[in-house]
Design a protein around this ligand. Structure first.
Ligand code: PBG
Length: 334
């Protein structure tokens, strides 16, 4: 800012560099490329329901449908996918046992996708909420409290299980203390030296996750309970930075800020201090707001989607998780 020595109007006319399309392109500061977009996919058992009431245009996919989607996305330049399973209720338990089953839904999907497309990058969410009867990301003890250390031990085994099935990037989204360290040690001890950890390092206790919980089938299980004892209070900025710096120390390869659109200040601050890539997750509630408002004819779908993503990039995100990724990649290509 100190270098800005304008003598003011008419020497300064900001409109000169906005006067036509080409010059606007020339001076544009932010770009969007499909190679930086990550598409989240919900996966299901073949006989389970595919409809997600709260996310228009998004369905839970069988493994076969997942392959078809990925095949199309690859043609449009999206190479990275995050998998979120909706497992059958009968498989949920208090200790999330299904998460460490080497034949669970995620492991089967990993193997099928890797066999067909060895070069795609697959990211697995690591938290217990998809597997617990209470919808919490951690183990709930008999006193009703979340047991941090018992949880991270399960997360470690879950991570090793996913890595062994072909997962490239382990993404702990649980916000337990010390999980990145324990997961890193677990991966190293089993010789998964090349498996990255993308830590949901600044994950806020947000009200914008509810469509996702509906997609996963964990919303009813969670009921009136909340995740405030582990996810960050949305009023806090310095705490989010502290959590991110801790995760770098513990061995994270990539950081994340989540949600994205209302947390641009956090993205920028973390970008300014971090030497590793920063990702942002445009979450389910952000998706559904844009989707539904445009279906109502209130806003222009394509323009608002692109603006939302450009602004997240401008804030400093290197990569973005967005449910719009597949569509945007198609637009960018045409
Ligand atoms: C699981 C998890 C959540 C999301 C990603 N991983 C939900 C939550 O923490 O309750 C939210 C993603 C979205 O809303 O799109 N811990």
């Amino acid at each position: 800012m100190k270098k800005f020595l304008s003598r003011g109007y008419p020497y300064h006319r900001g409109r000169r560099t906005r006067i036509n399309e080409n010059i606007r392109e020339l001076v544009s500061e932010t770009s969007l490329s499909s190679s930086k977009l990550i598409m989240p996919y919900f996966i299901r058992e073949d006989n389970d329901d595919s409809n997600i009431f709260s996310m228009k245009g998004i369905k839970r996919l069988s493994c076969k449908e997942l392959l078809e989607k990925i095949s199309k996305d690859l043609k449009n330049g999206v190479n990275t996918f995050a998998l979120f399973p909706k497992i059958l209720d009968t498989k949920k338990s208090s200790l999330a046992d299904e998460s460490v089953n080497e034949k669970n839904l995620v492991c089967r999907a990993l193997r099928i996708v890797k066999q067909e497309f060895p070069d795609v990058i697959l990211i697995c969410d690591v938290a217990l909420d998809a597997y617990t009867i209470n919808g919490h990301d951690g183990v709930v003890n008999s006193n009703g409290k979340i047991d941090n250390d018992k949880t991270i031990d399960i997360l470690k085994n879950m991570s090793v299980n996913f890595a062994a099935s072909g997962c490239d990037i382990i993404a702990p989204s649980d916000m337990m203390d010390g999980r990145v360290k324990i997961i890193r040690e677990g991966l190293e001890s089993k010789k998964f030296y090349e498996t990255s950890i993308l830590s949901y390092s600044s994950k806020f206790c947000s009200n914008f996750y509810s469509p996702f919980r509906d997609a996963l089938g964990s919303q009813n299980n969670l009921g009136k309970s909340n995740k405030k004892t582990y996810q960050i209070d949305f009023r806090n900025r310095r705490e989010a930075i502290k959590e991110s710096l801790e995760d770098v120390q513990e061995g994270a390869d990539i950081l994340m800020v989540k949600p994205a659109g209302y947390y641009l200040d956090i993205i920028r601050e973390i970008k300014n201090i971090s030497l590793i890539p920063v990702s942002a997750f445009q979450v389910s509630g952000e998706y559904s707001m844009i989707k539904n408002a445009s279906e109502e004819g209130l806003i222009d779908y394509e323009k608002c989607v692109l603006e939302s993503l450009f602004c997240i990039k401008r804030a400093g995100a290197d990569l973005i998780f967005s449910y719009f990724s597949s569509e945007v990649a198609r637009w960018l290509k045409s």
